[in-house]
Design a protein around this ligand. Sequence first.
Ligand SMILES: Cc1ncc(COP(=O)(O)O)c(C=O)c1O
Ligand SMILES: N[C@H](C=O)CCC(=O)O
Length: 433
Amino acid sequence: MIDLTKSKAAFEEAKKYMPGGVNSPVRSYPHMGCPPPFIQEAHGSHITDIDGNTYIDYVGSWGPMVLGHAHPAVIKAIQKAAERSTSYGAPTVMETEIAELIHQVYPSIEKMRMVNSGTEATMSALRAARGYTGRDKILKFEGCYHGHGDSLLVKAGSGAATFGSPDSAGVTKGTAKDTLVVPYNDIPAFTKMMDEKGDEIAAVIVEPVAGNMCCVPPVEGFLEALRKETEKHGTVLIFDEVMCGFRTTFHGAQARYHIHPDMTCLGKIIGGGLPAAAYGGRREIMNCIAPDGSVYQAGTLSGNPLAVTAGIETLKQMMAIPDFDKILEKKTKDLLTGWKQAADKAGVPLVCHQSGSMFGIFFSEKDVLNYHDACSANAAQFKAWFLSMLNQHIYLAPSPFETLFMSYAHSDEDIEKTIQAADKAMEEAAKVK
Ligand SMILES: Cc1ncc(COP(=O)(O)O)c(C=O)c1O
Ligand SMILES: N[C@H](C=O)CCC(=O)O
C-alpha cells in the first residue's frame, strides 16, 4: 500500500478553507476510499506527490499535457515570456500567430476569440449562436459536459455525473427550460427533436467524441445526422473539441469524421498547461461578436501572453514530430490491448474505448453508447481496479466517468509497467461483484 499520510493531512487542512478541499470537485477522489494525493511536481509521464510517491500519469491534468509534464521547450518559452511581463491587457502579435496556427489546423475556424477556460469558450459560443440566429433554445446531449455554464449544467457528465447531480442546483428553471437534451448517439431521438423544435433551436452543441461519460465515440451516422438536421433548420452546429481537439486526430474530430461544424470550442492543449481556450468558426457568425457586432464577450486576461506562448510552443512541438497523433494512437492501442488481455485472464467483462490518444474502460458486458450505458457499468469493480492501480503507482482518473490521456512522454517501458499492474488490478476487480 502506498503511504498517503502527508496528503491525508493536507486534505484535512484544505477542507477547512475550500469546498471539499479542492478547486474542482473530481479532484477530491469522490467515493474512492482514499485521500487524493497532493501533488509536489511532475515531469514527463510521471507525477510525484508530497509523500514522495511517484506514479505514471494518465490524467495529464485532464488532457492538456500531451507532450508530458514540464516539457523543456514549453517551460523555456514561458520563462522568457514571463520576463517581459505576465499580462498586458492589450493586443500582441502572438495572439494573431496562435489564431493563424489554429486556423491552419482547423480550417473551419475562420475567426476566433481567446478566453481562459473551456467553460468560457462554450458559454460564449452559445451566446454567439443565439445572437446570430435570434433564437433562445439550445440542444445538448445527455452525459456530455461543456463546462459549468448555467445552461449547460443540465444532464451533464464529468464531475456532475460522478456526484450524482447532472442537473445542478442553482440553475434557474427559466435557464434550464431553454436547454433541450437528447441521448448521445441516438439518431432517431435527435431527428425527432429537430423535427419538432428545430426552428426554435439556436445551437446544437456536442462533444463529437464524448469524453465526460468516460470515452464514448460517435456511432456511424450520428455526426452526419447532426450536420444534416442543423443545416436544414438554420441551427448553428457547435463541436466542443475542448477535450478531443488535437487528440482524436491532430486536426480534431472534425477531420476524423469529415464534418464541418459552424463553430468549434478548443481548450486544454491550446494553453499548453496554462489557462487558455478559444471559440471560433464561420466568419459570418464571429462577426456578431463585439466590437464588430452586438454579442458582448470580454476578458481581462484573455489572450494572456504566458498562456498563448505555452500554447504556441506546444502546438509547434507537436507539429514538428511527423505523425504525432498516430504515434500516440498506437501507444494507446498497445496499452488497451494489454488491459483487455488482463481482464480476459481475470474473467472480468471489460469494454475498451479509444479515440486517438483519449481512452477509457467500462466494467460492462455490453458496449457503451450513451450515458445510460455508462451508468450501468460496474462501479464497485471500477473502485477496486482504481485503488489497486494507484497502489501500484499508476495514476488514473478517480471516477468511471472520466477519460484518460496518453502523452508523447509515455515510454514503452511505462506502458509495459502499466499493463503488468493491470494484471493484478483486474484480479482485484474480479473479486468484486
Ligand atoms: C468537452 C469539454 N468542454 C468544456 C470543458 C470545460 O473546460 P474547463 O474545465 O477549462 O472550463 C471540459 C472540461 O472541463 C470539457 O471536457
Ligand atoms: N472532465 C473534466 C474536464 O474535462 C475534468 C476536469 C475537472 O472537472 O476538473
